[in-house]
Design a protein around this ligand. Structure first.
Ligand code: TXA
Ligand code: MG
Length: 342
């Protein structure tokens, strides 16, 4: 089968979206697999291409500030302050939905997730398409999110109509997803806007209600499954202070090939690794590490190691989103306790 075309023709991409085709495009966070959000058949194609379960709702992307009123029926006052501060950018708001948004987009929920991406080319595409664009990350369900056009083709070749190459993604982890309990934000997914930055603006940031909670605070996103963002290779997250732990030497005695993912540059104890990725320079930032995260996981996967040992990031700023992704990437390894990735 011919490869799905990768190109830079925004008008062609917009025309395809308008007629119900699937177009991947870069945003500042990760590449999205886009479809006309008002076209239920096109949206069904997104779920099919990804192998995504229909209970996991999509984010609707808009180009211009006023477009929010085509998607969401209302919003609390605090949403306008968040929009003024963080849009366009990596912040998704969960709001009451308008009836025009098909149930498939929201998995039957009364709310819709809306975001105005920071990438100018993404906004140009959506504006040219003339419709809001539903887009999950452009990877097979559960896998590592793509941050380049080639990553998209590696995962979904032949299952979409065009890949708009907007260059490598800047932020590198997905948007922060916020719902609201009255006028107070509820953090459903840590992401490109840090919890601290939101709290500076709003005071409090709540956590979602648990499974058996009786209150009406928003629940965790249906899509925050335990195993997610996962490479094929089993992955174990190691606390920074335990990084030189005996685990590695035991594995080597057993003849296993080990890949290592560190937050910053480290010199001790890793010379003998079969593959090494540093997410940031010495004294590097969590922003730099987030930018590099998914591509580094892909390279370790391609290196053919038996196990990836990943150092946890400092638990603040974008480090929270990094650790969330690493924890989910490791879920299968933790559950099964052995080394065959899913
Ligand atoms: O940065 C991003 O957000 C990227 C780019 C492409 O925009 N998109 C992305 O989409 O990460 P996806 O589908 O991989 O993740 C969307 C998340 C899921 O966890 C989903 O469950 C949640 O948003 N979500 C969507 N609609 C929701 C709703 N109405 N209520 C609660 N959670 C919702
Ligand atoms: Mg995703």
């Amino acid at each position: 089968m011919p490869q799905t075309e990768i190109g830079t023709d925004v008008d062609q991409a917009a025309a395809l979206l308008r007629v119900g085709k699937l177009v991947a495009f870069g945003t500042e966070t990760v590449y999205g697999l886009g479809a006309n959000a008002l076209d239920a058949d096109a949206v069904a194609g997104v779920f099919a291409a990804k192998g995504r379960p229909s209970f996991d709702p999509l984010i609707v992307h808009i180009a211009d500030p006023d477009d929010i009123d085509r998607v969401a029926a209302s919003r609390p006052a605090v949403a306008d302050r968040l929009i003024a501060e963080f849009w366009p950018g990596p912040l998704t708001l969960v709001l009451p939905k308008r009836p025009e948004i098909p149930d498939l987009v929201t998995s039957g929920l009364e709310t819709v997730a809306v975001r105005r991406p920071g990438s100018r080319m993404a906004r140009t595409l959506i504006r040219a398409a003339g419709v809001p664009v539903a887009a999950p990350s452009a990877n097979p369900f559960g896998g590592v999110s793509p941050t380049t056009a080639v990553h998209v083709r590696d995962g979904l070749d032949g299952r979409l109509d065009y890949i708009l190459d907007t260059g490598p993604c800047d932020v590198g982890v997905e948007s922060t997803v916020l719902a609201f309990d009255g006028d107070t934000p509820v953090l459903l997914r840590p992401g490109g806007v840090s919890r601290e930055a939101i709290a500076t603006l709003t005071g409090r940031v709540l956590d979602p209600a648990g499974e058996d909670a009786a209150d009406d605070r928003p629940r965790a996103s249906p899509g925050t499954l335990e195993r997610h963002y996962a490479p094929r290779t089993p992955l174990v997250v190691v606390a920074p202070q335990a990084f030189e732990s005996p685990v590695k030497s035991e594995l080597r005695k057993a003849g296993q090939r080990v890949g290592i993912l560190t937050f910053g540059e480290k010199s001790i104890g890793i010379e003998d690794a079969d593959a090494i990725e540093h997410l940031s320079d010495t004294g590097g930032s969590s922003e730099q590490a987030a930018h590099n995260l998914f591509a580094a996981l892909r390279r370790l996967d391609a290196a053919g190691v038996d196990l990836i040992l990943a150092e946890a990031a400092p638990d603040s700023g974008l480090g929270v989103a990094i650790n969330d992704r690493l924890r989910r990437a490791s879920a299968f390894t933790r559950q099964s306790g052995h080394g065959s990735g899913g």
